[in-house]
Design a protein around this ligand. Structure first.
Ligand code: NDP
Length: 232
C-alpha cells in the first residue's frame, strides 16, 4: 500500500514513515520544507530509496496541496492510505478571558481545515484496494472528557472527529475505512519528554489499524492506537 503522511518530518509523523517503510509500504512524506529534510527522513530515504517520496506539503496551502496531488496523479501514483497527522497545540492552558482568537483561527486552519484540504485533493488518488483515511485526533477532543483551557486544540480535534464521521458516511459504500485515532500521550515536541508513550509504538498501532481494517463498519470509530474505543 502507498500511504500519504502529513507532518512527516518529526514526532509521530516521522515514526509513521519509518514504521510504514519497515513493513514494506510506499510512503509519500509531506513536510513543510523538503529542502531542509534531514534526520530521520534523509536516513530513511538512503535506506528505502524509491519507496519514500519526500514532498512539500503545508496543510494550510490549498494551492500547493492541489498541485502535489495533480502532479502525483499525473505520474500514475495511487494511494491506499492517508494519515492526517500534522497539527499544532497553541494557547495551552489559556482560559477564555485571555484567549487570543487568532490562536483559534491558526489552530483550526492547521488541525481541521488542513485534513479537509488534504482529503479534498487526494481522494481521487485513493484507489488501491482496502483504503483507509486516518485522522490523528486526541483524547482532548473527547466531549465527555472536556476540561477548560486548550480551547483551540480541543475544539479543533472535536471538529476533526465530526469530519471523520462525515467522511465515514460518505465513503463507506466505497469500502474506505475512516478512523479518528488518539495516538496516546507521546514523548514528542508536542507531548514533552515526560510523556509515557513511545511514538514508534503508537505508529506501529496506527499502521496496524490501517492494515487490519477490522474496525466495525456502520458506526463512528474514535479509537486509541491500540484499537480501543475512545469516549466521544
Ligand atoms: P509535533 O509537534 O512533534 O509535530 C507536529 C508536526 O506537524 C511537525 O511535523 C510539523 O512540521 C507539522 N506541522 C505543523 N504545522 C504544519 C503545517 N501547516 N503543514 C504541515 N505540517 C505541519 O507533534 P506530535 O508528533 O506529537 O503530534 C502528531 C499528532 O498527534 C498531532 O495530530 C497531534 O495533535 C496528535 N497528538 C499528539 C499527542 C502527544 O502526546 N504528542 C497526544 C494526542 C494527539 P514542522 O516540523 O514543519 O513544524
Amino acid at each position: 500500500m502507498n500511504i500519504l503522511i502529513t507532518g512527516a518530518g518529526r514526532g509521530l509523523g516521522a515514526e509513521l514513515v519509518a514504521e510504514a517503510l519497515d513493513r514494506g509500504h510506499g510512503v509519500i512524506a509531506g513536510v513543510r520544507h523538503p529542502e531542509l529534510a534531514q534526520e530521520p527522513l534523509a536516513q530513511l530515504a538512503a535506506i528505502h530509496g524509491d519507496k519514500l517520496t519526500i514532498a512539500a506539503l503545508d496543510v494550510t496551502d490549498e494551492g500547493g496541496i492541489a498541485s502535489l496531488a495533480a502532479s502525483l496523479k499525473g505520474q500514475g501514483r495511487t494511494l491506499g492510505g492517508i494519515i492526517n497527522n500534522a497539527a499544532v497545540l497553541n494557547a495551552r492552558d489559556t482560559q477564555i478571558e485571555a484567549l487570543d482568537l487568532q490562536d483559534m483561527l491558526t489552530t483550526m486552519d492547521i488541525n481541521l481545515y488542513g485534513p479537509m484540504r488534504v482529503v479534498k485533493h487526494f481522494l481521487p488518488l485513493l484507489t488501491e484496494s482496502e483504503c483507509s483515511i486516518i485522522n490523528i485526533s486526541s483524547e482532548a477532543g473527547s466531549i465527555s472528557n472536556a476540561y477548560p483551557g486548550d480551547y483551540p486544540y480541543a475544539i479543533s480535534k472535536t471538529a476533526l472527529n465530526m469530519f471523520s464521521q462525515q467522511l465515514h458516511v460518505y465513503l463507506r459504500e466505497r469500502g474506505v475505512q475512516v478512523l479518528s485515532v488518539h495516538p496516546g500521550w507521546m514523548h514528542t515536541d508536542m507531548g514533552g519528554a515526560e510523556a509515557p508513550t513511545d511514538p514508534r509504538s503508537s505508529a506501529g498501532g496506527i499502521i496496524s489499524l490501517m492494515e487490519q481494517r477490522n474496525a466495525p463498519q456502520g458506526r463512528f470509530m474514535f479509537l486509541d492506537y491500540t484499537g480501543k474505543d475512545m469516549d466521544i
